[in-house]
Design a protein around this ligand. Sequence first.
Ligand code: PLP
Length: 416
Amino acid sequence: MNEPSTDTVARWRTETPATTQRAHWNNAGAGLMPAPVVSALHRHLDLEAAIGGYEAADARATEIRATYDVLGRLIGAPANRIAIVENAAVAVSQALATIDFVPGDVVITSRADYVSNQLMLLSLARRRGIEVRRAADLPEGGIDPDSVADLARHPRARLVLVSWMPTNSGLIQDVEAVGAAAAARGLTYLVDGCQVVGQLPVDLARIGCDFLAATGRKFLRGPRGIGFLAVSERVLARGDCPLHLDLRGGDWTGPDAFEPARDARRFENWEFGYAQVLGLGAAAEYALQAEAYGGSTRAVGLAGRARVAVAQLPGARVLDRGRHHGAIVTAAFDGIESATLVTALRERGINTSSFPRGAAVIDMDDKGVTNGLRMSPHYYNTDDELDQLVSALTEILPRSGTGGSRTPPRPAPASG
Ligand SMILES: Cc1ncc(COP(=O)(O)O)c(C=O)c1O
């Protein structure tokens, strides 16, 4: 795909008014919502205020249903295999809750996986006695699919869980090859696509996963507080169901009987912020159009140029390993905490974020760093903004030998 034209980029920026005020390089945190998303939110909140929350949901039933269709088109799945949930972590938790783990069951995951997923697995290890086995990395970084294939031969292997792109690096994991290794042993395969949906094209059938977890607010540019879980036909056919259903996920058919919903609704909860649901639909529609104009090519290209530029800054160490990189650039810097950099950049109108060791303990220890700066451009960012980012960092970073910053150290909170 070619880079989009300057007219297209100009349109994207006009539809994202904050781009005139700030250089937003924090799309891995929360992307800026484009105008159609913001107006979908406002329109529905106004309707709720005018006629009532339940009445507004009824009035917008057709548009609400259309959100499932457009999410399905975005990732290559029919609407009946999409569940809308609160966020990506809830999506992962709902998927995990379909499995009745017993002591000795094995879950295979990667060394660069997302903190919340690892906490859930460690909690399952503590409460249910599962064993968490982490596949080896390739020499250049990223999960080694052969190692997954080896681990998958374990007689008690139940599940493979991989973050497609971690929170703390530009690494793109080879989820297709991992999927093939899981499929060879018939294992359930759960992919955390939180950082990928909206950033790169997604085709569920190619990954071969049973579950794909995603969130609305990041590269998809939807509202906060909403996400989704896509499930395979096999999941529906097997009747896989999360442990805790509510009245949307199932029907109470008799005093001691219930029926789970036939489709992916069984993973949903009854209460929704419908403004967010409609905003999510508008974001998915926008993402489909942006991709048709070369959105991901531009975001990844900009990140690639940023990676090269940042590597040349004094005391910088780029942390992105692996064969393929996406639109997340991460680096650690000598003599200054990344949280301090975030604050200093924000004061200069540039949004970035920082991550502590706890965001990805194994990966961070492998890299020998305790914190890092994350710079995550999108297709609406520009090379001028990259220049701005680089000159701001040049100004803020300690001169070699001084060991300190020219801006007072006032750390910003770390973000997910
Ligand atoms: C790789 C990855 N997975 C999952 C999540 C969790 O997403 P959410 O906060 O929407 O639950 C994040 C958030 O940063 C993430 O980076």
